[in-house]
Design a protein around this ligand. Structure first.
Ligand code: NAD
Ligand code: ZN
Length: 380
């Protein structure tokens, strides 16, 4: 089969790989029909996630048709067209039972935190992903959900990650009616977080980025304010304070993660750590511009486990920090109905439909923000 193949930082190519096989009675083999590239893939692409091995196939946002099932699979049948959550969840461990499907213990028992994720390095279990013609889906009775009749496949594929992550970013913000919410990042996740903030009763939603076409997009799509932090202000923290009567935002959402403003990997005391250039990163801005007692919701991904944050300000301001990988399975029923009812219209984010064979071009376009790219989808 054809599959994306990681060759090292900023080098991906299309290759032939064997079609995956059932390795466990609860597995299914899914024939991919749509597979997106995510901002999370850019952390891998740029070599910022530890233990990302050459030869891995990325891709955690995919839908497809069940081709084969293991002997223990009961809920799926061959031919079902399914939404596959990006998290791999056993459904039975203590964390899955709490609804923490992104922190499943069984799917990635060695890790200290994250559960298994498709195509997301060996720190997330070493599973190959869906930027390929076929993918092995473990615990097939737990995560995969049949696409409701009539749902557009472009909407369906965004339910694997972008919609639940944006929604959970807003949910973790604990938004109260009338709150001012600031979202850092106008990528697909920030765009969806801004749109979802209204569902929780926000009174004002402000998005910051430095890519003008994305700011234009989010302004229309999420009906919010949007500013270029390089052109419209000197200091984002002062800007946010000033526009909130010097109180600070009620809720700040980090939808940027590790790529922000010149991060660099360095080895300190034998461990790889992410060093941040000055304070010019989204999470710093979020912590420093939220009000005292406010909430900072972080969905941006920080590859290495150790990163430097202004923890003193967290303590002195009495902040609540909430963060996680999205719990896709928990949110899917609610979000499927939001899409069916027209409350959310995720497919509007898809700007590029690219044949799987052209995966390396798609990475370059998305990574370099070329051609007004918001979200590329690969079609095998
Ligand atoms: P993306 O790379 O397309 O978008 C990130 C945006 O942030 C870009 O438009 C960039 O210009 C902007 N940006 C960079 N530095 C900034 C700064 N200092 N302040 C404000 N904006 C800044 O990525 P995406 O697909 O939208 O994903 C966003 C983040 O969410 C990534 O870190 C990704 O890994 C993470 N993510 C997390 C989950 C989860 O479950 N927690 C799921 C999906 C994605
Ligand atoms: Zn993703």
């Amino acid at each position: 089969m054809l599959a994306m193949n990681y060759r090292g930082p900023q080098r991906v190519r299309i290759d032939h790989k064997p079609i995956p096989e059932i390795l466990h009675p609860q597995d299914a083999i899914v024939k991919v029909t749509r597979s997106c590239i995510c901002g999370s893939d850019l952390h891998l692409y740029n070599g910022n996630v530890p233990d990302t091995r050459v030869g891995m196939t990325f891709g955690h946002e995919f839908i497809g048709i069940v081709e084969e099932i293991g002997s223990d699979v009961q809920k799926l049948k061959v031919g079902d067209h399914v939404i596959v959550p990006f998290n791999i969840s056993c459904g039975k461990c203590a964390f899955c039972k709490q609804g923490l499907y992104g922190n499943c213990h069984e799917s990635n028992p060695q890790a200290t935190a994250v559960g298994g994720i498709f195509g997301y390095s060996h720190t997330a279990g070493g599973y190959d992903g869906g930027q390929a013609e076929y993918v092995r889906v473990p615990y097939a009775d737990v995560g995969p959900t049949v696409i409701p009749p009539g749902m557009d496949l472009d909407d369906a594929v965004l339910l694997t990650d972008v919609v639940p992550t944006g929604y959970q970013a807003a949910e973790m913000g604990g938004i109260q009616p009338g709150d001012t919410v600031v979202v850092f990042g106008a990528g697909p996740v920030g765009i969806m977080a801004a749109r979802c903030s209204w569902l929780f009763g926000a009174g004002r939603v402000i998005v910051l980025d430095h890519i003008d076409y994305r700011l234009e997009f989010v302004k229309n799509y999420a009906n919010c304010e949007a500013y270029n932090f390089k052109e419209d202000m000197n200091d984002p923290v002062v800007f946010i304070k000033k526009t909130t009567d010097w109180m600070g935002a009620d809720v700040c959402i980090d939808a940027v993660g590790a790529e922000a403003a010149g991060n660099a990997m360095q080895t300190i005391t034998g461990r790889k750590m992410l060093l941040q250039a000055g304070s010019a990163t989204a999470v710093h801005w979020a912590i420093n511009s939220v009000k005292k007692g406010g909430i900072v919701s972080i969905v941006g991904v920080y590859g290495p486990t150790d990163n430097l944050v202004p923890i003193g300000n967290v303590v002195n301001k009495g902040l609540t920090i909430r963060a996680n990988q999205a719990s896709v399975k928990r949110l899917l029923p609610r979000l499927i109905s939001h899409v069916q009812n027209g409350i959310l219209n995720p497919k509007a984010l898809i700007t590029h439909r690219v044949p799987l064979e052209e995966v390396s071009d798609a990475y370059r376009i998305f990574s370099d923000k070329l051609d007004n790219c918001i979200k590329p989808v690969l079609i095998p």
